[in-house]
Design a protein around this ligand. Structure first.
Ligand code: SF4
Length: 66
């Protein structure tokens, strides 16, 4: 499963990617640990989700200063 097939989980801060030894890839929702409304392994692609929070962009990638 590629990230583009995961929908919102692909860049959600609560998603944890699990990869098996055979190359399968799953998205585990960490919100499910504290909120029963969320499935531990959501059915993908997730197109709408009230728990979605976009992962903050990495720091240190600032544009060069001239
Ligand atoms: S909160 Fe929603 S979008 Fe985020 S990982 Fe869980 S199911 Fe995916």
């Amino acid at each position: 499963m590629s990230d583009e097939n995961a929908g919102l989980c692909a860049d959600c801060t609560f998603a944890h990617v699990v990869e098996t030894a055979r190359g399968s890839r799953f998205y585990r929702c960490r919100r499910s640990e504290t909120d029963e409304r969320f499935r531990r392994y959501p059915q993908l692609p997730v197109l709408t989700c009230e728990g979605y929070e976009r992962t903050a962009p990495a720091t240190g990638d600032r544009a060069p200063q001239f």
